[in-house]
Design a protein around this ligand. Structure first.
Ligand code: SAH
Length: 257
């Protein structure tokens, strides 16, 4: 690995520790699909193990130099090494309908990555990802009402069970980052079909964007639907609702429309 590989603008911190790489990959459960998509493979420390275990591996990497490196060093069909910004990638374009995602993600776009996963959640049963530890704790493991229980916490956990797998120290990366890391898994819940995604997104965003207001006021967008004021929870504020209650709220709105 030569110095010219590292680009701050692409959040390039490469994992050096092969045992950690192996441990991350081993957390994938390979029963339901045979395709894995890796986001930001870098110089391929995870890729190496993915290729041993998965039938089909797609790599999505934004940095052209790394694309060149990956094509040269890995025996993967060229059209599975994709030079693209993951945030603009649409799995339908290559007809991918059931795949796992994995990656040591670029931390600067963590939230955007999660939103992009949510956009295509019907195709993604599982995701194993490394994020900044502080981000993971803030979004998924803060107590209700404290910290950042908010839009992402609710939306991601409406569709996925989130599990904290393990922490990763700074000194196993090159260059050494300023922050600690954590690996989590997202496993898709079974019941997603029962609520309307569009309504859920609207509710959660509106409720948290005016988080000091009670829902009766923050959800005025829906006030014209019949019997709006009979909907439960309207006297509560967004952060007083659990994930389950947000889903219930979504259903209550849906059945009245
Ligand atoms: N997985 C590698 C690299 C992690 S660093 C390892 O563990 O060592 C983050 C990687 O994501 C880099 O390779 C970077 O170029 C890539 N990246 C950054 N932004 C991206 C984006 N929007 N889409 C795809 N890849 C991106």
């Amino acid at each position: 690995m030569k110095e010219y590989f590292f680009k701050k603008k692409f959040d390039q911190y490469f994992l050096k520790d092969k045992n950690i790489a192996k441990k991350i990959v081993k957390n994938l459960s390979f029963q339901d699909y045979n395709t894995v998509v890796e986001i930001g493979p870098g110089v391929g420390i995870l890729t190496r193990y993915l290729l041993l275990l998965c039938k089909k591996v797609f790599l999505i990497e934004i940095d052209e130099n790394l694309i060149f490196f990956l094509k040269k060093n890995f025996f993967i069909p060229k059209n599975q090494i994709i030079h693209q910004d993951f945030l603009k990638w649409n799995p339908e374009e290559i007809n991918l309908k059931n795949f796992a995602l994995i990656g040591n993600f670029p931390y600067g776009i963590s939230s955007k990555i999660l939103f992009h996963i949510l956009k295509y959640n019907q195709y993604i049963p599982e995701c194993i990802g490394m994020f900044q530890k502080e981000f993971v704790e803030r979004i998924f493991f803060s107590h209700k009402g404290i910290g950042k229980y908010g839009i992402l916490s609710v939306l991601v956990q409406s569709f996925y069970d989130v599990e904290y797998l393990f922490s990763v120290k700074k000194n196993v990366f090159y260059p050494i980052p300023n922050v600690k890391s954590a690996v989590i898994s997202l496993k898709r819940k079974k019941l997603e079909i029962l609520f309307n995604k569009d309504i859920l997104f609207k509710c959660v965003k509106m409720a948290f964007n005016q988080r000091r207001k009670i829902l009766k006021n923050s959800l005025q967008y829906f006030k014209k639907i019949p019997n709006f004021y009979d909907i439960p929870f309207l006297n509560k504020r967004a952060e007083q609702l659990s994930i389950k209650e947000f889903l219930q709220l979504t259903k209550e709105i849906e059945i009245r429309k």
